[in-house]
Ligand binder design. Structure first.
Ligand SMILES: [Zn+2]
Length: 509
């Protein structure tokens, strides 16, 4: 494990929130493990053990602290430097919880042997894949006990314990208390109505919430997504059920407040994980920022607006459709088209303020006559092909193990080029180094004219070029000449440069 003990020690003594979730402290006497920000009096250095993950601390026999609640820490940074396999494995565990076949199946999907995977996990996370998955399950159960009014039987299922007995035993073993005793300890705030659940999801500061909202607001599909008064809200469907969620900022606690309205508590774990990914909550800003400073223009942007994140998406297919719609038109035009597709083909849903539709799934769009809502023939054909590929299973946006192979398959669809693929890699696959280098907005931000120059220029920002792109778009938006004839024209019209391979058209997202 690459833990710098001096750095850990300093972060612990100063309770530095930038390190929250990057390591955990086991205190030898009490056998409890804590977050670096724990409000409890700091232990003597000689009594502290440092662990890269909560699972490693648990494996070493430490129990989670009831005060700082390790289950509430921001997630393990997705990028672990040397091991892509571990990063991918963590992504798959978050998507399916290691429930569909265990470690053998996980290793097979990653193309490595299960013993090798185990070794990699131990080296980078200090715990085996099973321990990591179990700790996540236990942490989520604890969150449900503390933050919801769900009956324990429901929590047992929602956190993947299978039976109430196993759940009770698991909690008792780790916390030395029954689930009911734990719930009594919590100062229960107001209970939520009906199917609503309120969670606080923590991040490592700084987090540029306004930048995230601005980006999402410009692209919010009418009826499906709404951004108003500092809140992002959208409809969702999962496992045949529909609902919605809303997200806002709790500045005082370095957290986002997430309200989920969904009928099936068993899906909560997956909904929360998707929201985490969508809002880039696992990002390790301290690591990212040092690379971004390699370029003077981006460094100036970072200075001005620290903490910009890469907005992900709720659903990869929906995002891909959105990217295709954006080809050759402005952000505003693409948003309007997406709204027309949703209102024509999306299922009705009665949600709060402005939420009226679910975004249509692939099965519906494979059959849709999209030229009737204003799409060009070519664009509607691209969407039809993508929808058919998703229906036939040729392309799946979930459980993507090898991003490059996935993007190659995606580019076989007529009308999807390198630009669209990189944009999808950035937002749907959450590849931190994805970079749509043929984008005219990016070129403009650095006053360059060719893709090659741009790629050379951002070399130093690796492996975080997706973040560099966010800053460059922001800079391009700020420096764009105001179009006097139409004030509503979005500042960042992402055009593909003529030199871009596979494309000669302009694109806007
Ligand atoms: Zn603590």
């Amino acid at each position: 494990m690459n833990l710098d003990l001096q750095v850990c020690s300093r972060a612990r003594l100063s309770r530095d929130p930038r390190f929250d979730g990057k390591f955990f402290i086991g205190v030898v006497g009490s056998r409890v493990y804590c977050r670096p920000i724990c409000p409890a009096p700091t232990a003597k250095e000689k009594n502290c053990r440092y662990f890269a993950t909560a699972a490693a601390a648990a494996e070493a026999g430490f129990r989670p602290c009831l005060r700082c609640r390790p289950e509430c820490s921001p997630g393990t940074p997705a990028w672990l430097g040397t091991s892509n396999t571990v990063s991918r494995a963590l992504r798959l565990i978050a998507e399916s919880g290691l429930e569909d076949g265990g470690v053998e199946v996980l290793a097979e999907r990653l193309g490595v042997g299960s013993r090798h995977l185990r070794r990699l996990f131990l080296r980078h996370l200090g715990a085996t894949p099973i321990a990591v998955a179990q700790t996540r399950r236990l942490h989520f159960a604890k969150k449900l006990i503390d933050e919801t009014a769900l009956p324990m039987s429901q929590i047992a299922l929602a956190s993947g314990f299978g039976s109430v007995r196993r759940f009770n035993a698991g909690i008792r073993k780790v916390y030395h208390r029954t689930p009911t005793q734990i719930r009594r300890l919590v100062r229960q705030t107001t209970t939520q109505p009906g199917n609503q659940y309120l969670f606080r999801l923590h991040f490592r500061p700084p987090y540029h919430w306004q930048g995230m909202l601005d980006f999402l607001a410009a692209r919010a599909t009418p009826g499906v997504e709404v951004v108003e008064s500092g809140v992002y809200r959208r409809t969702i469907s999962l496992h045949g059920r529909a609902g919605y969620f809303e997200v806002s900022l709790d500045d005082s606690r370095d957290a986002l407040v997430v309200r989920i309205d969904f009928g099936d508590p068993q899906s909560l774990f997956f909904i929360v994980e998707r929201i985490r990914a969508m809002f880039d909550l696992n990002a390790d800003w301290a690591a990212i920022v040092s690379s971004l400073r390699a370029d003077p223009t981006i460094a100036a942007g970072v200075e001005l607006d620290p903490g910009l994140r890469v907005p992900g998406c709720w659903d990869g297919f929906e995002l891909a459709i959105r990217a295709i719609l954006g080809q050759q038109i402005t952000v505003k035009g693409a948003t309007a088209l997406a709204g027309r597709i949703a209102s024509t083909y999306g299922k009705l849903l009665k949600g709060p303020s402005g939420l009226t539709r679910l975004f249509p799934p692939a099965e519906v769009l494979a059959e849709a006559k999209l030229t009737s809502v204003g799409l060009t023939g070519a664009r509607s054909e691209t969407i039809r092909c993508l929808a058919c590929a998703v229906c036939s299973g040729k392309i799946s946006f979930s459980g993507v193990v090898d991003s490059e192979a996935f993007l190659e398959r995606l580019c076989e669809i007529p009308g999807i080029g390198k630009w669209t693929a990189q944009y999808i890699a950035m937002r749907a696959l959450r590849e931190p180094d994805a970079f749509p280098s043929s984008d005219l907005g990016l070129l403009r931000a650095l006053c360059l004219s060719t893709t090659r120059e741009l790629e050379q220029r951002v070399q130093g920002c690796r492996p975080w070029r997706a973040y560099a792109a966010m800053y460059l778009w922001k800079i391009a938006g700020q420096s764009a000449p105001r179009a006097s004839q139409s004030s509503s024209r979005p500042a960042e019209k992402h055009n593909v440069a003529v030199s871009a391979p596979g494309h000669s058209a302009s694109i806007a997202v």
